[in-house]
Design a protein around this ligand. Sequence first.
Ligand code: ZN
Length: 228
Amino acid sequence: MVDLLNNAQARERICELCRLFWQLGWASGTGGGISLRIGDTIYMAPSGVEKERLQPADIFELDRHGRIKKAAPGQRLTACAPLFQAAYDHRDAGAVLHSHSLDVVLASMLVPPGEPLRLTRLEMMKGLEGVGYFDVHEIPVIENTALEHELKDRVEQAIIDYPKSNAVIVRNHGIYVWGRDAGHAKAQAECLDYLCRAVVRMHAAGIDHLKYDRSAPDAADQDTACAA
Ligand code: ZN
């Protein structure tokens, strides 16, 4: 089931998500970004604004290929636009979100260069599209750049290299997350934020987040039996 919003509802939905993200600390200091696609029209919050005060008239409209159809008066298109576009082009996303979640930033610092963030045996993994509790799920971590739009090639390559991930983490910066519509993308972002917070807290407690499991050795077998 995919959100089918009209033009006014799509604009209002972005404003609502911006307020929520700001309250979570994901879009403070004018950071972060939100976009969604309805059919062949992509809606995007503008750049460098107080996200919690955004109004429907401040939203940009772009075509399916990222060309501006309707600019917002007095506003700048977000530097996230080419990065959002990568998920629309390669994954047929219905919404793409960008957060500066501190827990994601801290989790990115724990990942060695060139490796993905690996997750396993955390219940909230089941909230991620196509991911199970016993999987070792990999989320790509790319290195940051001086300017946001310069991340485009790295984001695109990570999307291609990690087809099971619906997110790309940018080290010391934040995360790009997508889903089939705004609600789905929001749920993915919330699960990933929780999982990154779990990794950071486990690390602080001296727990290796890939080797911590104290479940009975046959727990995986039992799970398989239940599912059969
Ligand atoms: Zn950013």
